[in-house]
Design a protein around this ligand. Structure first.
Ligand SMILES: [Zn+2]
Length: 378
């Protein structure tokens, strides 16, 4: 079961706790990271409450000087606030001295079992699930190597990175997709021609053409340049492919945008919204905002959409036409669901249904990429 630490990933489960309840399916061995001493709790399924006490973590009579590393024993499963996860748990005190974070240290393959079932329907084609597993593995390792060094964790468990629901989400078909592709990732040539992993983005339904990542995330990987996708229209819900957004009043738009971007207060109130730049396929790359005082500001299209609708379920993508009315703004002629970069999940399902393998699907959506197997050391 043990893997080299390089094949593990650290997932931020909760960032702002005052207290939490933990338990192990097996024994728990809790190490005080400051003192190097351990406490052993030999009662499986016993609920232990951890709380902050004068800047230190406490369990009952045990006061810990440093952060807590909670190692699980077989079957390597614990719960935090009744949610089951594989691997180990670190409780790390935050700089405010009042709260702590819960971080799941978990082997990458076990992590992916909790991701694939949350990111794709478990009844989808096995080859589509396998394509998702390879994309998710590549993506999380890229994020780990790029951003994990300077902080206590590698990825969040939300859509900000990949949705991760731990063991509660796992299903047999999605676990099978992870195991059948274990250790396989995507690589592409970097600027010097060396093979490197890249952020293998994916989204629900691209709307007919995937997007160049340069317009969404600012990357310049050649494998993320966007391809035609006549496939997702066949499998996605019709209202995910063609949609009309709700009407937002000018007051509502001003409130939401200033709530997310306080510097926009210099516009006073938002009076006009226009597409400032659109990609070749019609996605709004940036919007120009004009205030009641005549000042202007620019926002990236994705940032604008998610500031107005953080759920992303009303303004489903940045492909839309802005329509000004007496009552506010409407976002009409919408197409697709998600940011549209990289693998189109609904397109992958359509391709798998028509007989494509997971490697064919991946090479279609990440053109020029290669599949490789990670070495033992990760
Ligand atoms: Zn598509």
């Amino acid at each position: 079961m043990q893997q080299p630490e390089a094949c593990w990933i650290r997932v931020l489960l909760f960032g702002n706790l005052n207290e939490c309840v933990i338990s192990g399916y097996g024994n728990l061995v809790i190490e005080d990271r400051e003192m190097g001493v351990t406490a052993r709790f030999n009662r499986p399924n016993q609920a232990l409450t951890v709380r902050m006490d004068a800047g230190k973590l406490r369990i009952g009579e045990h006061l810990f000087d440093g952060d807590m590393m909670i190692q699980t024993e077989t079957p390597f499963v614990f719960t935090v606030n009744e949610l089951p996860f594989r691997g180990h748990l670190r409780l790390s005190r935050n700089d405010d001295g009042m709260t702590f974070s819960a971080i799941n240290h978990v082997p990458v393959e076990s992590y992916l079992c909790g991701v694939i079932a949350a990111e794709m329907q478990s009844y989808w084609e096995p080859e589509a699930l396998k394509a998702q597993a390879v994309a998710s593995r590549t993506y999380c390792l890229f994020i780990k190597h790029r951003f994990g060094r300077g902080r206590d964790w590698d990825v969040r468990r939300s859509q900000a990175h990949q949705v991760y629901r731990g063991m509660a989400a796992e299903t047999a078909p999605t676990n099978e997709a992870v195991f059948q592709t274990a250790g396989i990732v995507l690589v592409c040539p970097d600027k010097s021609g060396k093979r490197t992993i890249f952020p293998a983005y994916y989204s629900s339904a691209c709307g007919g053409h995937t997007e160049n990542s340069r317009f969404i995330f600012g990357d310049s990987f050649s494998v993320l340049r966007g391809v035609e996708c006549p496939y997702c229209r066949k499998t996605t819900r019709s209202d995910y492919f063609y949609w009309t957004g709700p009407l937002f009043s000018r007051e509502e738009i001003t409130r939401r945008l200033l709530g997310r971007y306080p510097s926009l207060a210099r516009l006073e109130s938002i009076e006009q919204i226009e597409a400032a730049q659109q990609s070749e396929i019609g996605r709004i790359v940036s919007v120009r905002l004009t205030g009641t005082n005549g000042r202007t500001a620019f926002l990236r299209g994705e940032d604008f959409r998610l500031a107005l609708d953080p759920s992303g379920r009303k303004l489903k993508s940045a492909i839309f036409t802005i329509h000004r009315t007496d009552r506010g703004f409407e976002f009409v002629e919408g197409r697709g669901f998600g940011h549209g970069t990289g693998l189109c999940q609904s397109g992958a399902q359509a391709l798998a249904r028509s007989g494509s393998s997971f490697s064919e699907i991946l090479q279609y959506y990440y053109p020029g990429s290669q599949l490789v197997r990670l070495k033992e050391q990760g």
